[in-house]
Design a protein around this ligand. Sequence first.
Ligand code: KG4
Length: 338
Amino acid sequence: MIILAIETSCDETAVAVVQNGREVLSGEVFSQADMHALYGGVVPEIASRNHVAIIGKLTEHAVKNAGISKSDIDAIAVTYAPGLIGALLVGVNFAKGLALALDIPLIPVHHIRGHIAANYVAFPELEPPFLCMIVSGGSSLIADVQGYTDIRIVGRSRDDAAGECFDKAARVLGLCYPGGPALDKLAKSGDNSLFSLPRPMIDGHPYDMSFSGLKTAVVNIVHNAQQKGLELDKASLAASFSTAVSDILVPRVVMAAKELGHKKIAIAGGVAANSQIRADFRREAETHGFELYVPPLDLCGDNAKMIGCQGYYEYLAGARGAGMELNAFATMGVDGVR
Ligand code: KG4
């Protein structure tokens, strides 16, 4: 079964062609990061307008690079939630038009379910059950993945997402958007024990997380240094910050995996590209005897391969009949609850 998948939930326009869930025939990503860097973050209307301008051409490229023609496509999968509403609407409407024109099924895919599925694309042998941490610009979640479409969130951030926190910390350190990769690079030359930063716990909810206090602590350190005219060791602050984020994430995931009886741990989302987090997971998985799945960098960030893959499993589970009434939603749980 050949699925053409579309992802436009934020500032990446992405189209992929995926066969039988896991065989990627093509995958195109057009990142708008440069256009948003000027403003220090994603400007929703600019994101929507760029999706409109690029999606048609990108789809032509994806079909051509897959070595197929449009008549070979069996279904269209599209991210319909959560994300920037204007950006999502571009993808959803384009997908509707294509499904209508080709007279084939339209499969709505939840963005976070897609991030989890990036691991199926990267690791052909991986099957549920496993525990998955999803950390991106908009979400920080720990998911108990019992089946391809049977997913339960067991831990979440109570405030900011980890990626949002990386981007804010990077911004205050004077790094350009998107801040996560730049901060990751800077941290490599710093001393991660130089700054003492908070690692909050949520009373009674051991798998839940909080990042806003950590974000504020970094902002305060930078502002204090500026006000006193002191030179700041930015690399060490970046390293201390990355270690704090990793210390919030990794032990929670390991604890949840143990307590919920999982043997496999997967990670997903843009922040899963962070070198400190990846290294800490590798060390802890080895210490505790978990099988660890760490996708390559291109599958951590937003892409349409993961949407095509998850779309296949949603189709098998019966989600094959989205009609022309399909809408997009800025917020939605992985269980479809708004
Ligand atoms: O998954 P993603 O591409 O988009 C969303 O669905 O949100 O995640 C984007 C986030 C941004 O906050 C970006 O700064 C962060 O992932 N990110 C990183 C790294 N690469 C991307 N954060 C830390 N270290 C990285 N190497």
